[in-house]
Design a protein around this ligand. Structure first.
Ligand code: GTP
Ligand code: ZN
Length: 303
């Protein structure tokens, strides 16, 4: 990709938002050129990954005139608590966990639920494989095995030694992925391994010129292996805002076989008699640890 704001460009076209810096956007045109665009106030919600229509203007930078329909959008609250779009059109949420700091399983559940809600596919990356022997506990191994049993794909990686990174690249191939996870698990280390130096320079184009590229702006990178990675320091620790009951329930695929068998069809699997989920927990068919976390999340649920 090369930055091109010259008049060889057609008068208008479509493209994808690489990053935004202030009121300006860096757009990759359908022809693969990088185009700096202004955006109109009413398009304030435009986000990294958005497909857009742009138009050349008589003077100055091109302008983004329209946001094309999104497949999904990841949002997080800004400093005022107002939800802001951070990244759009995501195929794969890569949730990074590690042996040290130990996984916060309920946080992992929240990411998995968020992925389902987007909707996007999910990949759990267990980083710092080198620390497994020293840090693991039977409890941690059992918890992880439960996620595997439910069917979540899990990759073991050691970002420090570049081990397992190829498998992560392969999972991203042909997709747009975003890396999330709790602090200190190695998200930046993994992103750095995935991104070639050249890709990092592309992101820095936004730092030249008047507009400053704030560190919280999500940036989209094309990986040499064929996928696309959206890297966003600001979204890496995003939580789950506005969790509703059906999304929560969908985050526990192992409930699926029993849903509809509860005495009440609006059963929350909490205090209700005749609950098929609780019966399945008692019968050892649903792991009690996962059910306990479900109940904690249910307490945060708003309808
Ligand atoms: N032992 C070991 N340490 C690692 C590995 N990967 C990353 N680290 C270390 O873990 C620490 C945190 O790594 P980061 O990549 O900054 O983690 P992060 O998730 O981006 O952290 P935040 O920016 O706080 O969200 C650093 O000291 C890394 O060197 C690994 O595979 N093994
Ligand atoms: Zn029930």
């Amino acid at each position: 990709m090369t930055e091109n704001t010259h008049t060889l460009l057609p008068p208008s076209g479509t493209g994808q938002v690489i990053t935004r810096f202030g009121a300006d956007l860096l757009v990759e045109t359908a022809g693969g050129e990088l185009l700096r665009c202004t955006t109109r106030r009413k398009l304030d919600q435009v986000a990294c990954g958005d497909a857009v229509r742009w138009e050349r203007q008589a003077q100055g930078n091109a302008a983004v005139t329209e946001i094309l329909p999104r497949r999904n959008v990841l949002e997080r609250p800004d400093f005022r608590g107002k939800l802001r779009p951070v990244a759009a059109n995501i195929d794969l949420l890569i949730v990074v966990t590690s042996w040290q700091p130990a996984p916060l399983w309920e946080m992992l559940d929240r990411y998995l639920i968020a992925a389902r809600r987007l909707p996007a596919e999910v990949l759990v990356v267990m980083n710092k494989a080198d620390l497994r022997a020293a840090q693991t506990t039977p409890e941690m191994e059992a918890c992880l095995a439960e996620y595997e049993a439910v069917g979540y794909p899990i990759l073991h990686v050691c970002a420090d030694q570049q081990a397992g990174i190829d498998a992560v690249s392969a999972a991203i191939q042909g997709r747009t992925a975003i890396v999330v996870g709790q602090s200190g698990v190695g998200k930046s280390s993994i992103a750095a391994q995935l991104l070639p130096d050249e890709a990092i320079r592309v992101g820095e184009i936004g730092q030249t010129g008047e507009g400053r590229h704030t560190t919280t702006s999500a940036t989209l990178y094309r990986l040499p292996s064929g996928g696309t990675l959206i890297d966003s320091p600001g979204v890496r620790d995003f939580g789950l805002v506005g969790l509703d009951f059906s999304t929560l329930q969908g985050g526990f695929p192992e409930f699926g076989a029993y849903l509809g068998e509860c005495r009440f069809n609006n059963c929350t699997h909490n205090h209700e008699p005749g609950c098929a989920i609780k019966a399945a927990v008692s019968a050892g068919k649903i792991p009690p640890r996962r059910f306990a976390r479900y109940l904690n999340l249910l307490a945060d649920c708003n309808g």
